[in-house]
Ligand binder design. Structure first.
Ligand code: ZN
Length: 551
């Protein structure tokens, strides 16, 4: 191995895991300060305190911080800069149940898990002594530990670097990405102040085996993107004693879920890789309390991964699906209505409604055409007020409330489906090698893998998309500006509760690679990191890659 880093990265990982930093708790600040103080003790940052920053997040609902540490190489005078990034927050620990008090204790936790006899695989991994257990150990404090080690190393070996190396530890990755959004602004300032030219970002978020017998280690160029298409369905309420007198919006939502959830035809493909299919994350009607009247409106949303599709493509793909769902429900209800009318000797007539599906953009524009400026300004002040009164309201719920309010302005109140996006946009990033920066990153990583491979037992495999949602989606945009406009125009919360700062992203705009920690069961109580790969292989691979990028 090029760097003998195992012991130190292990110690740093343990130190970080012992500082609980569950997202949206003050622990995020504790962990940021722990990282900051560790860097501050290094001689390089004592001499260059301006190169170390603890920055509070902007426009955030709680106080929390990110940490940036920058080392300037002495090998040449290049202004090129490489960003290493990772997040310091973790998911909560409810899954530990009775064992919560050991969640942050890698020494004791394995013996407690052993007693639970969770699975043969977990028992074997405990017995092997090759894994470290604990909340955040894999996702992804060991990744930050590796970056801390590398910053220390390069601060003592600046002659190996021609350019600048920056490590970034963000908070709030597991929730709303306020950490990386703030980081973009700081990186932009650093670019302007020091004339830096960002050439790549290395993410240390985790990877995991694809199946039980999978021994490969993975390096991912680019990343999956994600949207949350949301369907607001209005029906026609009716009394239970007059069951066929209305149209239940819950039926529309149910049919949408049947057509969308787990549908392989809605998977996105690129470079021979296939995303997971969309999956239902919520369906609910808007009735607040029990009554014998059916609901007037309901909504559902689905996780939607994408490798090649833009927000516009996703909308174009899902609108026909909503139309199909609508038609199916009308036919289905008519069939039942007919049978019931026959049974009760009534004259059958068809439902008076037909499929009616809008995108938010279409619906909003139609209302503007009918109601004019008054609608526009009124809806905007409704959204602003809602945000001021309930700053901590869930973004998805907030979006639904806006659409519900707009529906009040509709002239035609016959049943309809309105499709919109209601959650943080995670951009897909492709690294094809088309630009000079992309080619340099692809070559540097591949050459580094070739250098390291014969010292590592397991095969290091490269793939084109990191398969999980992460902060790295904020480092670049593969979708063009017009297709991003489709996102803006179809997000009811845009401009009041949500804003995707395309300008900040474009000013950084780097190709990305994930050279991350390796282990199993992220977000589960058996979360564990493979120590040799994460404390030795990963930092070494990142080390070689940085040296090639900044040679
Ligand atoms: Zn993570």
């Amino acid at each position: 191995m090029h760097l003998d880093c195992f012991k130190e990265v292990k110690q740093l990982t343990e130190m970080l895991v012992r500082v609980p930093s569950i997202v949206k708790t003050s622990g995020e600040t504790d962990c940021a300060k722990t990282i900051y103080e560790w860097y501050a003790e290094l001689p390089y940052f004592k001499e260059n305190p301006e190169k170390l920053q603890l920055v509070q997040t902007i426009d955030d609902e709680i106080e929390r911080y990110i940490v940036l540490a920058q080392v300037e190489g002495t090998k040449g005078d290049s202004k090129k800069a490489v960003i290493m990034m990772g997040h310091l927050d973790t998911v909560e620990i409810d899954d530990f149940g009775y064992y919560k008090k050991y969640a942050f204790n890698p020494d004791i936790l394995p013996s407690k898990l052993k007693k639970l006899n969770i699975s043969e695989e977990v028992n074997e991994d405990i017995a092997s002594g090759e894994y470290m257990f604990g909340r955040g150990v894999l996702d992804m404090k060991s990744g930050i530990a590796g970056h801390m080690y590398l910053i220390k190393y390069f601060s003592e070996h600046r002659e190996e670097l021609n350019g600048h190396l920056i490590s970034l530890a963000t908070c709030d990755e597991e929730d709303n990405s306020n950490g990386v959004i703030t980081a973009l602004k700081v990186l932009r300032e650093m670019k302007e102040k020091d004339g830096l030219g960002y050439i790549a970002a290395i993410n240390a978020d985790y990877s995991t085996p694809y199946h039980e017998k999978d021994d490969n280690l993975y390096v991912y160029f680019g990343t999956v993107g994600k949207l949350l298409p949301t369907f607001f369905c209005t029906g026609r309420e009716t009394h239970v004693g007059q069951a066929f007198g209305g149209l239940d919006p819950n039926l529309l939502v149910a049919e949408l879920t049947r057509l969308i959830s787990l549908n392989p035809d809605l998977c996105d493909k690129a470079h021979g890789e296939v995303t997971n299919p969309p999956i239902s994350l919520k369906q609910s009607d808007l009735k607040e309390k029990y009554s014998v009247q059916t609901a007037t409106a309901a909504y559902s949303y689905y996780n939607f991964f994408k490798y090649s599709m833009s927000p516009k493509d996703v909308m174009d793909k899902l609108k026909p699906v909503a139309e199909e769902a609508f038609t199916n429900v009308i036919e289905y209800v008519n069939k039942r209505r007919k049978k019931f009318y026959e049974m009760t000797n009534c004259t059958y007539t068809k439902l008076p409604w037909h499929k009616r599906v809008y995108t938010w953009e279409e619906f909003y524009n139609e209302l503007v055409a009918i109601r004019g400026e008054k609608f526009k300004t009124s809806l905007l002040s409704f959204a602003k007020e809602l945000n001021e009164k309930h700053p901590d309201m869930d973004l998805r719920e907030f979006s639904v409330r806006i659409v519900e309010e707009a529906w009040e302005w509709a002239v035609d109140k016959s049943p309809a489906i309105i499709i919109f996006f209601s959650s943080t946009y995670f951009a897909r990033i492709e690294v094809t090698g088309e630009t000079e920066k992309e080619k340099t990153l692809l070559d540097s990583v591949k050459e580094s893998i070739a250098l390291l491979q014969n010292e590592v037992e397991n095969t290091i495999v490269t793939k084109m998309f990191y398969p999980y949602i992460s902060d790295i989606s904020f480092m670049n945009l593969s979708d063009d500006v017009p297709s991003m406009k489709a996102l803006e125009l179809n997000m009811p919360a845009w401009g009041t509760k949500y804003f995707h700062n395309v300008e900040d992203i474009l000013s950084i705009s780097v190709p990305v690679v994930t050279i991350g920690t390796y282990g199993k069961d992220g977000h589960m109580m058996t979360e564990r990191v493979h120590m040799k790969h994460s404390f030795e292989t990963t930092p070494n691979l990142a080390y070689l890659t940085v040296k090639k990028l900044l040679k």
